[in-house]
Design a binder for this molecule. Sequence first.
Ligand SMILES: C[S@@+](CC[C@H](N)C(=O)[O-])C[C@H]1O[C@@H](n2cnc3c(N)ncnc32)[C@H](O)[C@@H]1O
Length: 442
Amino acid sequence: MEALSSTDKQFLRLLYYPGIPPEDIKESEIRDKAQRCLNRICKRLVGASTPAPSASAKAPTRRQKRSAEETLIEPPQNQQSSEQRDEKSIPSTAHAVTTSGPSSPALPATANDAPTRRRKRPTEDTLLDPPQKRPVGFDSAMKFHYDSHGRQVQTLKQRAKGPSAPLKKFHNKVKREMINRFCRQTGQQRDLKLFDIACGRGGDLFKWDSAGISYVRGVDLSPAEIKEAKRRFEQNKREGKHRWLNVDFEQSDHVGSSRLSGLAEQYDAVTIQFACHYFFKTEQMLRSCLSNVAAALRDGGYFFGCIPDGKAVLKTLNQKSVFENSMLRLERLWEGNYKAFGSSFIFKIRDTVTDGGQGSIEYLVFSSTFIHFAEEYGLEPVYDYSSTNLDHMFDPADRGKLFKHFAPKDYENRDLEVVSNINSAFCFRMNQAKNKHRDRKV
Ligand SMILES: C[S@@+](CC[C@H](N)C(=O)[O-])C[C@H]1O[C@@H](n2cnc3c(N)ncnc32)[C@H](O)[C@@H]1O
């Protein structure tokens, strides 16, 4: 068997190793290179080329073509995990590049390839015990997790003492400055409107208030979090703490499945804080979410938030299944190679909302995938925040990139820093003229 050439290795490195920005490479180039390179690899390994599409095969539909492109935006996977097998909406990758992993380039998978598994990994379904209480499906699992959190009441004093207090302080500071930068009003006029998707328990009420926002619509999957958000707002109002602010909090299961009512391009900004990655379970969920964002935003409005970066998760895992330190447990749940959608992992940060039970199940997000889909909805990346308040909080290496990784400078605990470094801020600006889905309902 002939060894791989240095070009092949270089290509595989580009495809499968984290840390090399795929956005720096043109999509068409990746596609061409992938085909050429795979042919060479296959020839060397088995003396055959990748099967050419048969003459009778139908031309790919637009959707299939797009799926193939997505697969090449981020590395594909030759095995589907159990939750992915359940997802009819996950783009098929069968016709795209298939290998078994970064360190073991293998033959293209065929239907007869029986994957060898040393240990059965936990999946979303096996993680939630006891079994009789196990919720069915992603949304129920989310509700289950966040509802348990919604029912816990922690005083400010308790929060300030916990081991994750410096992290919460820093992450709140990032959120506050993002709100101030992309949705702030000063002076006498008070008419700014914000739509907060996955608003949680109203932890940002005072940030909205001090940014001079007059109205916030907050939606969240968890009834308990929404109940707590309403309670907090009512209590603050009674205590005379919100001068300008009005809010409507509502529970909704539908952000990731259909268009919500009452959006009408009337919002100056839409935010999703530490939750957008939940919509990367499937392409359909992301599309539905982006469709709601675009339907809510006025032209020129901002869509911003904070999100764990998939590449940073991969880097922290360092090709292992589990990473653990005193504050964080990360566990890979996907099998084979990661994909643009549905590659789940456990994120458990001590003393935070993710700390209940086995931890929170999250999905890898790659900036290139995010940019690619957002573009269809008229959402253009904002690469430069031009804000002295914000810029120093991010890694300077992220200038000109969508994801700006958190770079806290004063944590005493290095283990906490690892957690913050996984997170990043993002921002898009709405250009309704480029929104290809403007008149559609979903
Ligand atoms: C880590 S919390 C963040 C809460 C809040 N944005 C913050 O920054 O404090 C994630 C939130 O996302 C919500 N969530 C998860 N999936 C969702 C979905 N499909 N639709 C709406 N909310 C969702 C959860 O219920 C939870 O409140």
